[in-house]
Design a protein around this ligand. Structure first.
Ligand SMILES: *Cc1c(COP(=O)(O)O)cnc(C)c1O
Length: 384
């Protein structure tokens, strides 16, 4: 059977060039980057040239890149690291209602420790209004964290405007750029951020590695103590093969972004136009300010999980929301924040394309989807 992967928001396949770059670091180049002998120096050199490649990808300086175990860890380090480091100065944090759980649950954890968090609401497109952020600022605000692009509905937030507000008030600003990196320009100066999270496995790199950008002069506390690696912010022997693969993925993303984005946008338009012809279907997220690979729709009178399984039977891999929240029966916090009712949020479908998807894939999806919707509507009437 045909196998079509359209769930790149959950993870991407590892690019063969990335695998090739990583392999020697599992075998002959296995040194510990802290060792002084030639094996160690070879690893150290790979570590530092990788740091340069990742820095270039986001317009940063190499010394501003802290390698981590992925996007979740980067978010935790940015938020808890700032909160713990500045708790004598203030205990208020501003975030949005539609953040990834790596940010939301970190904020909720801090609330239990006595911090106060303001969750900025969003409009029906999932957009944060920078004026709302400005009004939420207090004397004791130590951090603003607003994502660059949403992982479920693909909406791109006005990060630069929020960053300028934060900068004016001398408040640290973090953005989770895990979904936007590689799809739209991510530059730490253009975005006006002090802290920024990225993850390798969302950009055709390996899982379990990411980075936190920490602007020079930004003072955060470490969450992992030990040998003092990564400027003491993240102790632990560096995962050199993963870091080398991450760097290669960043280089490829940098080179391919323009052509990838144009290709994805073409496929996205085709899918949106095709899907919206189905009765009782509407698009979630912003009509134009959205990631070029994201299509998120709701179907009336459909159970999203059943739809996902039917598509899977045709070899098409998609998601009902974010990978992390599916499997739970809770409606998505993102859809609820955009004003959808729990019943409406139930029939949701997220398609996140990747650079390997073709027009043929899209035609196959658009051929399979309408009859599935029709038969699901006939056979399963939802409980009231
Ligand atoms: C995937 C994702 C994360 C988590 O990254 P991991 O590397 O899987 O830990 C965080 N934020 C967003 C927006 C994501 O899409």
């Amino acid at each position: 059977m045909k196998q079509i992967y359209m769930d790149c928001g959950a993870t991407t396949p590892v690019d063969p060039l990335v695998v090739e770059a990583m392999l020697p670091y599992f075998t002959e180049k296995f040194g510990n980057a802290s060792s002084l002998h030639s094996f160690g120096r070879e690893a150290k050199q790979a570590l530092e040239s990788s740091r340069t490649a990742v820095a270039e990808f986001i317009g940063a300086k190499p010394e501003e890149i802290i390698f981590t175990g992925g996007g979740t860890e980067s978010d935790n380090l940015a938020i808890k690291g700032t909160a713990y480091g500045h708790r004598n100065h203030g205990r208020h944090i501003i975030t949005s209602a539609i953040e990834h759980h790596a940010v939301l649950y970190t904020c909720e954890h801090l609330e239990k420790l006595g911090f106060e968090v303001t969750y900025i609401p969003v409009d029906k497109y999932g957009m944060v209004n920078p004026d709302d952020v400005r009004s939420a600022i207090r004397e004791d605000t130590v951090l603003i964290t607003i994502m660059h692009a949403n992982n479920e509905i693909g909406t791109i937030e006005p990060v630069n405007e929020i960053g300028r507000i934060a900068k004016d008030r001398g408040i640290y600003f973090h953005t989770d750029a895990v979904q936007s990196a590689g799809k739209i320009p991510v530059n730490v100066d253009d975005l006006c951020v002090d802290l920024l999270s990225i993850s390798a496995h969302k950009i055709y790199g390996p899982k379990g590695v990411g980075a936190l950008y920490v602007r020079g002069g930004t003072d955060i506390e470490s969450l992992v103590d030990g040998g003092g690696h990564e400027r003491t912010l993240r102790s632990g022997t560096e995962n050199i093969p993963a870091i080398v693969g991450f760097a290669k993925a960043c280089e490829l993303a940098h080179q391919n972004m323009k052509s990838d984005a144009a290709h994805l946008k073409n496929l996205q338009d085709k899918i949106i136009n095709g899907i919206l012809k189905i009765e009782g279907c509407y698009l979630n997220g912003h009509p134009t300010k959205r990631l070029p690979n994201n299509i998120h729709v709701c179907f009336n009178d459909i159970d999203g999980d059943l739809l996902l399984l039917e598509l899977d039977c045709c070899g098409i891999a998609v998601s009902t929301g974010s990978a992390c929240s599916s499997g739970s029966l809770e409606p998505s916090h993102v859809l609820l924040a955009t004003g959808l009712k729990p019943e409406g949020a139930r029939g949701s479908l997220r398609i996140t394309l990747g650079r390997d998807n073709t027009h043929e894939d899209v035609e196959y999806l658009l051929e399979k989807l309408p009859p599935i919707i029709e038969s699901l509507r006939k056979t399963h009437s939802l409980p009231e």
